[in-house]
Structure formats: C-alpha cells, structure tokens
Design a protein around this ligand. Structure first.
Ligand SMILES: [Zn+2]
Ligand SMILES: [Zn+2]
Length: 382
C-alpha cells in the first residue's frame, strides 16, 4: 500500500520557500534577508497605523506619539529594509528572502511611507493595537535576540525552531488584542477590587514609600500568581487551558508568549485583584507591570549564564526551564515568576545543582500548531 505523506505544516512550507539549505552565518545573506523582511513588515504596519489610527492604534498611546520622530523612524526603517533586502539578494543564491523584504518595503512606500496625512474623524469604540505590536517587536526582540545569540544555552536550536510560527502568532495576538485584555482583565479587577477594598489597609499601604510599595506589590502579585498557577496545574478543567503553555518543546524568549487566552485573562485578573484591593500607588503597579512583562519573557529565554546566589532569590531561566521540563522530576515544580523563595515556602522548589532539563513539553502529547487551533484545543473532547 502506498503511504500518504503527512501534510506540510505552515512552518515547513515557509522553510521550503525561503531556506535553500545553505549556511546562515554572517556574509551569506540570511541575516540581512530576515532583517529586511522584519523591518519591511514593521514599516508596512506602521504606515497602516498612520492611515487608520482610530482602528489600528491604542488610544492611550495615540496621543503620546512624537509624530515627527515616528515619521522619520518609518522612513529610515523602510530605507534600511530595502538596503538589507538588496544586500541579501546580492549574497544569496535563492532570492526569495530579498524579494519578500523588497515587496513589503515597496508596499509601505506605495502607501505613502512616513508622509501619510493623519485622517480626522471619530475615535472608534473597537480598535486593535497594531502600534503596540510594532513597539513590542522593536523592544523585546531587540533585547532578547542579541542576548540569546551571545549567551545561548542551546546554541544549535536557532531562532526558527519548531513552533516559532505558532509562538509568533501568540506574540502578535497578545499585542494586537490589547483592548480585549483591558476590557476582560483590567476593568473587572478594578471593579471587584474597589468593592472589596478595606480603606484602613489602603491607607496603610499608601503611607509607605513608593519603592517599598513596589517591592511589596511584586511579593503580593507573585503569591497570587503562585496560587493561581498551582490551581491551573491541579484542576483538570484548568489544566486543559494551561497545558497549551506547557506544549512548547523548545525554550526561548518567544516561547513565553504561548498562553491560552483563558489562562491570560484568569491569571492576570486574579493577580491584579489583590493589588487593587490593597490600594497600591499606580506608580508601584505600573513598575510591577513593566517588571513582569520583562521577567516573564526572560525566564523562558535560551540563556545559559547563572549565579548560584542570585538564582536562589531571583527567578533566572534555569528556574523556569525546570517548570517546563518533560522529565518526571520536573512535574509541578517552580510555579513562581519572580521569587523562588515562594516555592521554597510551599515545598515546590526544584533546582538540582547545575543541571538543566533534558527536554521540554508534554510527555507523550503534542499540541496542534497555530494560535487558532490551540485556542479551540482545550474545548475539544478527549
Ligand atoms: Zn505551568
Ligand atoms: Zn512558562
């Protein structure tokens, strides 16, 4: 009987288009080609934001942009994308990378580049955070891509490892759907938190210096996160959603993005709740939010350096990599995001000296690929 070949995944199809199997090191046109595509795409998105600000940008950010600088950045990004795409075409035999970068940059240019006049008009009730996504890539990737290249734990895995396309979709969705997050997380947490607030406790918290409030907010939030996270592991109905996060089989900065919408909404809402109840100063809460958005990415990173004294007190990648380990000893350990001492208090701390897990993921089970398929995966029978 003839065997039917398995259908190619989206990642494999992309690889066929762009990857000719030739080396990827500096001077081969690979890095310039990939950078050209990324910059071309970001420039195109930014130009679309200028055309449709009421639908594609966050109102909180819209009013704060220094428009002159934004326009200059778009034009410089476009020029850089074209130069990099051209360089890749010179250096690489297969021209697909360069052509794609040029096409994206060309589309951004045809749409008016940085010179687009901002339309007047009514603010929209429903909007996407495409600008937030562009800023997210520019800051997060700019920090973590060089960091992982310089200090990789697993040097061979590369940026385009198994599941990268799925995790990129998560990164995109979590930024673009910022309005959903604020409606589903922030609004209920503030409403419930203010109803439960005890004025005396709030007055006591607010009498503390903001730096002390920040430290206390990190502890309170991580305690709440610890409890919610353990519940997501222990309760089967919740585990169905959280196991999406544990389905990553390769760890890097992007892997941390893979969180089911239900997981994100429940966890963030319940972590924010005690901060509102206790009345922390908004400066302390914002500082905590900035920390968690960096730290939650960092603990997933493909990043080898560690210091024994430091990793006892502050969660480093090895601490959270054990949380994702596929081996039996890694089951239900290291639930905290910031402070490993919380796991020591509750007996779930696991840091075998100097070792890292052998492999990651769900033992014996594999998630479907893609954001949409993973969104409905927990809802399916079985
Ligand atoms: Zn977990
Ligand atoms: Zn994780």
């Amino acid at each position: 009987m003839e065997r039917v070949p398995a259908p190619l995944s989206a990642e494999q199809r992309l690889a066929r288009l762009f990857d000719d199997g030739r080396p990827r090191h500096v001077g081969t046109g690979w890095i310039s080609g990939v950078l050209g595509i990324v910059l071309g795409l970001l420039a195109l998105f930014a130009v679309l934001c200028l055309h449709f600000p009421h639908y594609l940008t966050l109102p909180e950010l819209r009013s704060a942009y220094p428009l002159g600088w934004v326009r200059l950045a778009i034009d410089l990004g476009l020029l850089a994308a074209m130069a990099l795409a051209g360089l890749s075409m010179l250096l690489r035999r297969r021209k697909a990378l360069g052509v794609a970068g040029l096409a994206l940059a060309g589309a951004a240019l045809a749409l008016g580049a940085g010179g687009v006049a901002i339309p007047r008009g009514q603010a929209s009730a429903i909007y996407l955070g495409l600008d937030w996504f562009v800023l997210g890539v520019l800051t997060t990737a700019a920090i973590f891509v060089p960091l992982e290249r310089a200090f990789a734990l697993r040097r061979q895995q590369g940026a385009f490892r198994r599941g990268w396309l799925t995790d990129t979709q998560y990164f995109f969705a979590s930024h673009v759907l910022a309005q959903v997050m604020s409606v589903a997380v922030l609004a209920p947490a503030v409403a419930v938190g203010e109803a439960l607030a005890v004025p005396q406790a709030q007055a006591a918290v607010r009498s503390l210096p903001v730096v002390v409030q920040f430290a206390a907010a990190v502890l309170v939030a991580d305690l709440a996160q610890y409890g919610v996270h353990r519940a997501f592991h222990a309760v089967p109905a919740l585990w169905r959603f959280h196991k999406v996060h544990h389905s990553v089989e390769v760890m890097d900065w992007l892997a941390g993005s893979r969180l089911h919408l239900v997981d994100v909404i429940v966890t963030r809402g319940l972590v924010l709740l005690p901060l509102v109840v206790l009345g922390f100063d908004t400066a302390a809460v914002y500082a905590y939010l900035a920390l968690v958005s960096f730290h939650a990415v960092f603990i997933h990173a493909n990043f080898a350096p560690r210091r024994g004294w430091l990793e006892r007190w502050i969660a480093m990648p090895r601490f959270h990599h054990w949380h994702h380990g596929a081996e039996a000893e890694a089951r239900d350990v290291n639930f905290a995001v910031h402070l490993p001492m919380i796991d020591r208090w509750f007996g779930t701390y696991h840091m075998p000296d100097g070792r890292w897990p052998q492999s990651y993921g769900l033992a014996g089970e594999r998630a479907p690929e893609g954001w949409v398929r993973q969104l409905v995966w927990p809802l399916r029978k079985g």
